[in-house]
Ligand binder design. Structure first.
Ligand SMILES: C[S@@+](CC[C@H](N)C(=O)[O-])C[C@H]1O[C@@H](n2cnc3c(N)ncnc32)[C@H](O)[C@@H]1O
Length: 249
């Protein structure tokens, strides 16, 4: 027996939710589509409002959204997502293959650095870094340690931009090729250093900084200008400054 039409996206959602990437809100869906994500199902509590938002903010993907978005009752939407988003939009996308991402990360020569977060702890920081990497066109974001860079909270923080850059977890021993510039307050002032396009820019964990293993792989230790009374910057703001320095030099 065929299901009534309005049940179809909900059935598809339940079938796919365990393996797909949740795009939470209009902006995450918009970003993911712009960077070529394969969106499997997309729902909204108000199609007219979502398409009006597309007209205003994302005319480039308006046509795709028109095809993808199915309106579902508010109660059904609330049952699909852990935290309802103010835009009432949610979607599921295919996670890019690890093999493909590893190929991207290993490819040389590179036109933009790879960011390494060495044993990060904070999921929000990791998401913010992925957003920065997308903004600056970095080749990828690699994490070492236990944090999953595709954790739903990281994806939420990354605003759908995991699809704009190669995001993977790796061991320090397997890091992509290229000179490793590790960021640490004890390093040489970054303003005197030109960061090459093939740089691997490494940042330490929020709690304990760079690990001994990462330090062992480091070619250059560089610091961000900072008042001596301040111990350190936040991880994501450090990545922002380093990427800005790379882009400006
Ligand atoms: C919150 S900090 C880590 C603080 C940690 N308590 C420590 O002992 O280093 C996180 C990371 O941001 C980067 N960072 C923060 N401030 C920096 C600075 N002034 N110069 C270079 N890197 C910095 C480093 O990579 C650092 O490991």
């Amino acid at each position: 027996m065929t299901e009534p039409r309005d049940r179809e996206p909900l059935n598809a959602w339940h079938r796919l939710a365990d393996t797909a990437v949740l795009l939470d809100g209009f902006h995450a869906l918009k970003h993911a589509l712009r960077f070529g994500a394969e969106v499997l199902v997309a729902v909204t509590t108000d199609r007219t409002a979502a398409l009006a938002l597309a007209d205003e903010l994302a005319p480039d993907v308006r046509g795709t959204l028109d095809v993808l978005l199915t309106e579902v009752p508010e109660t059904a939407y609330r049952a699909l997502v852990p935290r309802p988003h103010p835009t009432g939009v949610a979607a599921l996308a295919v996670r890019p293959s690890r093999a493909g991402n590893l190929r991207t990360l290993a490819r040389t020569p590179r036109t933009a650095p790879v960011i390494v977060l060495d044993q990060p702890r904070n999921l929000g920081n990791a998401g913010a870094v992925i957003r920065l990497a997308a903004g600056f066109g970095a080749t990828g974001v690699v994490t070492t340690g236990t944090l999953d860079p595709w954790h739903p909270t990281v994806v939420r923080g990354g605003a759908g931009l995991h699809f704009a850059t190669a995001v993977e977890r790796m061991a320090v021993a397997d890091l992509p090729p290229g000179p490793v510039f590790a960021l640490d307050p004890e390093g040489e002032d970054i303003r005197a250093v030109k960061l090459p396009d093939d740089a691997v820019l490494a940042f330490g964990s929020e709690r304990s900084g760079l690990s001994a293993e990462l330090r062992g792989r480091t070619d250059h230790l560089v610091s961000l200008p900072m008042n001596p009374q301040v111990s350190s910057y936040n991880l994501a703001t450090s990545v922002a400054m380093a990427l800005f320095h790379w882009s400006a030099s």
